[in-house]
Design a protein around this ligand. Structure first.
Ligand SMILES: [Zn+2]
Ligand SMILES: [Zn+2]
Length: 241
């Protein structure tokens, strides 16, 4: 949720109840609901919140979201609470997944990337191809380093366990893991993350790094070009326990 003290915008409300509670606690009016993709844990609260508050809903044109909503795709822009958001197409996790990027909120850029990029990881490829996901992640990785990354799941510690298996010698990753473990031990979120940090620690943004290529090829010797390396890395994570 982002708010200006009076009005609020929420992203991917899987459940209406915690949103209603937060609105009441801070005496906020829900102005806008942004939706990144069609999975139930991202849209489950949309109808109830729209009915209760009259909020405007924006979502991906290429997916089925509870109507009525304003259909968006890459290249569109939306004004929300006086903030300008650009819309990116980021297929891979789902076929019509979109992300919302605001270049300046309180002097820092802000990204809502749904289930495309997680801290230390990325979404599973349910509908898209590895090539699509790699291109989507490349687009997000190219954003300014100080962009705050608001992902939709707190999967960080489990992602970092895999990341350390891929890159055991990555010092930034070791340091970040300690910070995240300490936050989680105090019941704090590890999110939002930052793009510059993700470039240093997230194996899915580092699949062209020699150390990552070597690790992937040790598991899957047939992975050669960059798409195959990325696909094998994602597949390795799917099997990782
Ligand atoms: Zn999802
Ligand atoms: Zn999800």
């Amino acid at each position: 949720m982002v708010h200006d003290g009076h009005r609020a915008v929420v992203v991917d409300p899987g459940d209406a109840q915690p949103v209603m509670q937060a609105l009441q606690q801070s005496s906020l009016q829900l102005d806008t609901i942004l939706v990144t993709h069609h999975h139930q844990d991202h849209i489950g609260g949309v109808d109830e919140l729209r009915d209760a508050t009259g909020a405007t809903v924006y979502g991906p044109a290429g997916e089925v979201i509870p109507e009525p909503y304003k259909h968006l795709s890459g290249g569109d822009s939306v004004q929300v609470l006086g903030l300008d958001f650009s819309v990116f197409d980021v297929p891979g996790h789902t076929a019509g997944h979109i992300a919302f990027y605001c270049p300046d909120m309180d002097d820092l850029p802000l990204l809502f990337c749904g289930d495309t990029l997680f801290s230390g990881g990325c979404g599973r490829l349910f509908e898209g191809t590895p090539a699509q996901m790699l291109a989507s992640l490349d687009q997000l990785a190219a954003l300014p380093g100080n962009t705050r990354v608001c992902c939709t799941h707190e999967y960080t510690l489990s992602n970092l366990r895999f990341a350390r298996t891929v890159e055991p010698g990555n010092q930034a990753l070791q340091k970040y893991t300690s910070e995240c473990e300490s936050k989680r031990a105090r019941q704090l979120p590890t999110l939002p993350s930052m793009i510059a940090l993700e470039r240093d620690i997230n194996p899915f943004l580092r699949s062209r790094q020699p150390a990552v290529i070597r690790a992937v090829q040790a598991v899957n010797a047939s992975a050669r070009d960059e798409t195959a390396i990325f696909a094998a890395l994602r597949e390795w994570k799917n099997q990782f326990r």
